[in-house]
Design a protein. Sequence first.
Length: 271
Amino acid sequence: MPDITIARRVLLAAVAGTAVGGWPIGLADARKVDKPKKGHAARQRRVVALDPGHGGVDPGAVSARGIYEKTITLATARELARQLEASGRFDAVLTRRRDVFVPLRDRVAQARAQRAELFLSIHADALPDMSMRGLSVYTLSEQASDRQTAALAVRENKDDFVAGLRLSREPREIGAILLDLARRQTNNQSLTLARAIVDELGRAVPLLDKPHRAAGFTVLSAPDIPSALVELGCLSNPEDERLLPLPAYQRRLARALARAIDDYFAAALPA
Ligand SMILES: [Zn+2]
């Protein structure tokens, strides 16, 4: 729909100029590392932002044996980035490459600065019920799909005291309708991404009961980048706790996620 395309372009220009002015610390590093490659073929590559959850002073969930979520998320994101780059079809941008704390808002700003076409936040949860295990995927929604997911969003949002890009932060002249159009298109694409993840990961690893859920995750709040958050498994479950640190298991997760990202671009943005 041409109207939406124009609306998105106006929105992007306006948001880029104002709402995320004053680039956050760490962006210069990301640019240096992830500088787009030269050449005709390189221009065809899709830019995918991968966001390893937590880091630095924020370990995320900690398992009974003392395994940190932040370690699992970084290792798996790096492996996924490696596989995506190796395919020759993607440039992977990581919101952190080391064990450092990065505020949620800066993660979104980095993805936007790198002109990412997709944002995937990678986590590994711990649940009160130790019997629950498997992968789950989350998209942004003002209303949480269930109480468990509302609680998860609180856990995932608390490592930051500044909310993401809120409507109130965006320039007034953009107008609610324009923003709503852009958000609606982005939300539809985010749902396509979540469905692709459920389909591909369901063939590779165990899934949590009702594997696609929604809530108000700060890190998924970009109005212009289709986004999803994946919980690779439950560190509270002994079997998931055993598997998640294994490089072979991380490779399997990454292979299925790479297939889901391929499926997403085929479905959402046909060539
Ligand atoms: Zn997390």
